[in-house]
Design a protein around this ligand. Structure first.
Ligand code: BES
Ligand code: MN
Ligand code: ZN
Length: 525
C-alpha cells in the first residue's frame, strides 16, 4: 500500500476521483459553500449526522462529488487520538469492499500530528497476515491519499509516519509468523536481508561464536532446544563514526514453553510472540533505512527457543553470565532476563550513549499496566523523559515504573551472585532490577512490552509496538549526541572478537564486578 500527502480542503476533496472519500469533520467547524460542507450541514440539520466522535454517514455517488462513496465522520476535538480512531474504524470497514484508492480529508485545523495519526491508523487497519494462509483474504486498498490544509508543513511528519508504518508492518509480520517458521535462524536471515537491502552492516553469531564470547547465561536458555541460537548485531551509521550510538536490545525468544518450569497449556501458542522485542528492533531498523536520520544505532538480538528436554537447563542450575556474575536459575520460565543480561553486557563494548532493551518480559507488567501502555524502567531521567515523550507523540505510549534498591532484595541467594526470580510481588520491577545489574553505568532503559506487543482473542496478532515509539525517540536524538563522543567507534567494536575475559565463574568481569550480594549492583543506577 502506498501513501501520498496532498494539500486539500473540502472544495478540493469534492473533486478527488477515488473509490472512497473519508471526510473528518470536527465539532464547531464553519461550513463553506462546497458540496461536502452542504452535505454535512444538511445531514446535521436532519439529525442524520453529527460531529461527535464515532458518528458517521455514508453516501453513494452524491451530486457534485467525484468520489464513488463518501463517508462523513465526526472527530470531535480533532485530536490525533480521535483522528486515529476514526480513520482506523473506517478503513477497517472498507477492507474487501471494492475500494482501491482512498482519500482521507483531514480537518483544516489538523497539523502534522493529525497526519501521523491518519497514516498510522490507515496502515494498521490495512494490514493482513497472509504468510501461512492457503487462501489469503485480500484488502484491495492500494493507495491512500491524505489531504490536509498545508501539505508542505506536514511533510516531515508524513515521512516519519510512513517509515514507521513500514517498520511496524515488518514487526507484525515477523511476530505473527508461527514459531516453526520464525526460528532464530530465520530471524538472523531476516536481519541479513534487511541490512543488505538498506546497506547497513549485520553480523549473525551462531552457537560456537556465542560460546567463545562467553555468553553462558544466553547459552543456558538455548540448550534445551533443537533450534540453534543466534546473536544478531545490526549497525546503522547515519552520523560520524566518532558519535556514540544508541544500542537497542530486543528479546528474541521465538517460543517460550517455560522450559522445565513449563507453562500451562491454555494460550501457550501466544508464546510465539515472545520475540516481539526482537521484531521491534528489526522493524525500527526498517524505518531507519527509510528515514536515514543523522544518528548511529546498534541493534542486538539474542534469539533462541526456551524448551524442556533432557539437555535443558533446570531450576537450581547456576550459570555464568558474560559479565562474570553467576546466576542461580530458580525458574526456567524467567528466561528473557537470562538472554538479555548477556546482550546488555555485550552492549557496553559500543560505548553507547544509551542502551534500551525491549522485551515481552513479565506477565506481571500486563497486570500492572494492561494493554495500553508499555512499562518503562530507566536509570537516567533524561532518557526516560525522551522515551515518554516519544511514546506520546507516536501514539505508542509507555509509563515509568520504579527501580528502588529495595525491589532487588528478593533476588538474593546463597548459591550465586543473584537469582533469576524474586517473589511474586512487583514481578515486572524485580525483573528490571535483575537486568539493571548487567546494564552497568551507561544510561539504560528497559521497555516491558508484555502487554502491548500483541493482542489476544478475536483480534489475536502482533501489534508492532513499540516501533513507533522507538523511531520517534531515535529521530529526536539527532544532533543530541554530537558532544558525546565514543572513545572507540562502534563500527570497529562490531568486527571485534570476544571480550577479553576468561569466561569462567571464578574470574572477575573486565569492567566491574557486582560483588556477592545484589546491593552493590543495585546502587549502580
Ligand atoms: N514471556 C514471558 C512473559 C509473558 C507472560 C508475557 C505472559 C506475556 C504474557 C516470560 O518469559 C515469563 O514467562 N515470565 C514469567 C516470569 C516469572 C517466572 C518470574 C512470568 O511473567 O510469569
Ligand atoms: Mn518465560
Ligand atoms: Zn519469555
Amino acid at each position: 500500500m502506498d501513501f501520498e500527502l496532498k494539500t486539500l480542503g473540502l472544495d478540493g476533496a469534492a473533486q478527488e476521483k477515488c473509490d472512497a472519500l473519508l471526510v473528518l469533520l470536527p465539532e464547531g467547524a464553519k461550513p463553506g459553500a462546497d458540496p461536502l460542507s452542504r452535505m454535512a450541514t444538511d445531514a446535521i440539520k436532519a439529525r442524520s449526522f453529527d460531529t461527535k466522535p464515532g458518528k458517521t454517514l455514508q453516501s453513494w455517488r452524491p451530486q457534485g462529488i467525484a468520489a464513488s462513496r463518501v463517508v462523513l465522520a465526526g472527530v470531535g476535538d480533532a485530536s490525533p487520538r480521535r483522528i486515529y480512531a476514526a480513520v482506523y474504524s473506517l478503513v477497517a470497514s472498507l477492507r474487501n469492499a471494492g475500494v482501491r484508492r482512498l482519500v482521507v480529508c483531514l480537518p483544516a485545523a489538523a497539523d502534522g500530528r493529525g497526519v501521523r495519526a491518519a497514516v498510522a491508523a490507515a496502515a494498521e487497519a490495512c494490514y493482513v497476515y497472509v504468510s501461512t494462509r492457503s487462501k489469503p483474504e485480500g484488502v484491495e486498498i492500494d493507495r491512500v491519499v491524505i489531504g490536509c490544509a498545508d501539505a508542505p508543513a506536514a511533510r516531515a511528519d508524513f515521512a516519519t509516519a510512513r517509515a514507521a508504518a513500514l517498520g511496524i508492518e515488518l514487526a507484525r509480520e515477523l511476530g505473527n509468523l508461527p514459531p516453526n517458521r520464525a526460528t532464530p535462524t530465520r530471524l538472523g536471515e531476516e536481519a541479513k536481508k534487511l541490512a543488505k537491502a538498506a546497506g547497513f552492516r549485520c553480523e549473525v553469531l551462531g552457537p560456537k561464536e556465542v560460546a567463545k564470547a562467553g555468553m553462558g547465561s544466553f547459552m543456558a536458555v538455548a540448550q534445551g532446544s533443537e533450534e540453534p541460537l543466534r546473536f544478531i548485531i545490526l549497525n546503522y551509521q547515519g552520523a560520524a563514526a566518532s558519535q556514540a550510538p544508541v544500542v537497542l536490545v530486543g528479546k528474541g525468544i521465538t517460543f517460550d514453553s517455560g522450559g522445565i518450569s513449563i507453562k500451562p497449556a491454555p494460550d501457550m501458542d501466544e508464546m510465539k510472540f515472545d520475540m516481539g522485542g526482537a521484531a521491534s528492533v528489526l522493524g525500527t531498523f526498517r524505518a531507519l533505512a527509510e528515514l536515514k536520520p543523522r544518528i548511529n544505532v546498534v541493534g542486538l538480538i539474542p534469539t533462541c527457543e526456551n524448551m524442556p528436554s533432557g539437555r535443558a537447563f533446570k531450576p537450581g542450575d547456576v550459570i555464568t553470565s558474560l559479565s562474570g556474575q553467576t546466576i542461580e536459575v530458580l525458574n526456567t520460565d524467567a528466561e528473557g532476563r537470562l538472554i538479555l543480561c548477556d546482550a546488555l553486557t555485550y552492549a557496553a563494548r559500543f560505548k553507547p550513549r544509551a542502551v534500551i532493551d525491549i522485551a515481552t518480559l513479565t506477565g506481571a507488567c500486563v497486570i500492572a499496566l494492561g494493554h495500553v501502555r508499555s512499562g518503562l524502567f530507566a536509570t537516567d531521567d533524561t532518557l526516560a523523559d525522551a522515551l515518554l515523550q516519544a511514546g506520546e507523540l507516536a501514539l505508542d505510549p509507555c509509563w515509568r515504573m520504579p527501580l528502588d534498591e529495595e525491589y532487588g532484595e528478593g533476588l538474593k541467594t546463597h548459591f550465586a551472585d543473584v537469582a533469576n526470580v524474586g517473589g511474586r510481588a512487583a514481578g515486572s520491577v524485580t525483573a528490571a532490577k535483575f537486568l539493571q545489574r548487567f546494564a552497568g553505568k551507561q544510561p539504560w532503559a528497559h521497555l516491558d512490552i508484555a502487554g502491548t506487543a500483541w493482542k489476544s482473542g478475536a483480534a489475536k496478532g502482533a501489534t508492532g509496538r513499540p516501533v513507533g515509539l522507538l523511531v520517534q525517540y531515535l529521530l529526536s536524538q539527532q544532533g543530541e549526541g554530537a558532544a558525546a563522543k565514543a572513545a572507540k567507534p562502534g563500527a570497529k567494536a562490531l568486527a571485534k572478537a570476544p571480550v577479553k575475559r576468561a569466561g569462567k565463574a571464578a574470574s572477575p568481569a573486565p569492567r566491574k564486578r557486582a560483588g556477592a550480594g545484589s546491593r552493590a549492583a543495585s546502587r549502580a543506577g
